[in-house]
Design a protein around this ligand. Structure first.
Ligand code: CMP
Length: 430
């Protein structure tokens, strides 16, 4: 379906859903107060019937389109499922109000609420970010509807009290329903006779079940409204406990905490490589290309490069974060990777950390010399800021050098200049 059709489908489904909800509220009321509601509700009933007829036509058309458009692909099960829904739509479109059948037949329309459930399900799947919040809201909605039906059932059993007006009758029934459902039971409205008592027992049992469900689910829904934050808090708590247990010095504790806070602020605490590791290769490479897009934009070396080269590099680079003061590289160590700076500042310093050879920033790279010449690190690299870096491992670096000679010559040129710059004046070539 094209975007416009999808939008129309959503809007129409929402409209038909609202009509189904109104019908679910209105029908029991109309059955309870036939005289009072007759005139006021008859227009509404006709409007609802018209909406349901239009909805039936809409779904018939949709089913027809799917059939023509190759729904032969549809499995037998899903086509049976579609037909069952069409029966529900057809049932709701029957104008029971003018047919010579008892008024209770209109309760058949309540089956249309299934479409509302279907819509809610699709909505939650569509709006993944707010799926838990929606779950909570939908649960509250069904609970309110259930309370309405129970109140109407109670009124039907007890009869309308003539000393009260219809609204007061209804409010008293809702009051009884809520106090019984929540097992508060003030006892000011008590059941009389077997039928009412059995009804009250059923409502109390239902109340207990709903209570259990609510406690179990609402707590988890609330906790899961922001799962990333919950995960982050759990991790920080675990980390803090561990650091206390191992007597980690305060300055290290602070750095660990700062690192985690930065990771949380930047990426909601997600480790990107783990998050996408389960994806199939082609989708994974497209996602990686998008995620690593900012570094490709920033590094001048990548900007004008061929798509093949960018793909080869972008798929292999891994994001990593350093906090101010961290040593990314230490002079004299073996080199296993090189780095590209996406954001932040890195100082290249002498082995003792006193002399600063250069300050590198967004788009620069470092750590290439050890890989290129198979030698220990020539200098140390220290983050002076929060740094978002991308790391390229030695094996990939060598592989890319072999495949892309322009990259190899550019890197060699930069490395040569740096090496010359670091040499004491007496050693520098004439
Ligand atoms: P490597 O020797 O692997 O590790 C230290 C890195 O610091 C080195 O690679 C270079 O990438 C970088 N580096 C060394 N000297 C300079 C310099 N003068 N200017 C910029 N970067 C340098």
């Amino acid at each position: 379906m094209r975007a416009r059709q999808v939008r129309v489908h959503w809007i129409w489904s929402a409209l038909a859903g609202v009509a189904a909800i109104v019908a679910a509220e209105e029908i029991p009321i109309a059955l309870l107060f036939p005289v009072e509601s007759r005139r006021a509700l008859s227009v509404l009933e006709w409007v609802l019937t018209l909406v349901f007829v239009a909805d039936l036509v809409f779904h018939l058309q949709l089913a027809g389109k799917l059939h023509v458009g190759g729904a032969a692909r549809q499995s037998g099960r899903s086509s049976r499922y579609g037909k069952a829904w069409l029966v529900v739509d057809a049932l709701a479109a029957i104008p029971f109000q003018i047919l010579p059948v008892p008024a209770v037949f209109r309760l058949l329309l309540l089956a249309k609420l299934g479409r509302v459930g279907q819509l809610m399900h699709r909505w939650r799947q569509h709006d993944v970010h707010r799926a838990n919040l929606l779950r909570l809201l939908f649960f509250l909605f069904w609970l309110a509807l259930l309370a309405h039906w129970i109140a109407c059932g109670w009124l039907a059993l007890r009869g309308i009290a003539p000393e009260f007006d219809p609204l007061t009758n209804y409010v008293r029934a809702i009051y009884w329903c809520v106090t019984t459902l929540t097992t508060v039971g003030y006892g000011d409205i008590t059941p009389v006779g077997n039928a009412q008592m059995l009804f009250a027992v059923a409502v109390m049992m239902l109340g207990a079940a709903v209570y259990g469900y609510t406690i179990a689910n609402v707590a988890s829904i609330l906790a899961n409204i922001d799962p990333a934050k919950v995960r982050y808090q759990e991790m920080v708590e675990k980390m803090t406990a561990f650091m206390k247990y191992r007597n980690v010095p305060p300055h290290l504790q602070r750095r660990i905490l700062e690192y985690n806070t930065y990771l949380w602020e930047k990426r909601l605490g997600y480790d990107e490589s783990t998050a996408i590791s389960g994806l199939p290769p082609s989708l994974r490479s497209d996602v990686l290309l998008f995620l690593n897009g900012d570094i490709i934009e920033r590094v001048p070396l990548f900007r004008g490069a061929s798509e093949e080269f960018v793909r080869a590099i972008a798929l292999e680079m891994r994001p990593t974060i350093f906090t101010p003061g961290d040593y990314i590289i230490r002079a004299g160590e073996q080199g296993h990777e090189m780095y590209f700076i996406s954001r932040g500042r890195v100082e290249i310093v002498s082995p003792d950390g006193k002399a600063v050879y250069a300050t590198l920033t967004d788009g620069d790279f470092f750590g290439e010399m050890a890989l290129l010449h198979d030698q220990p690190r020539s200098a140390s690299a220290r983050a002076t800021d929060y740094c978002d870096l991308y790391l390229l491992e030695k094996a990939t670096f060598n592989h890319v050098l072999d495949r892309f000679p322009e990259f190899a010559s550019h890197i060699a040129e930069v490395a040569g200049k740096r090496r010359q710059g670091n040499q004491p004046a007496s050693e520098a070539p004439e």
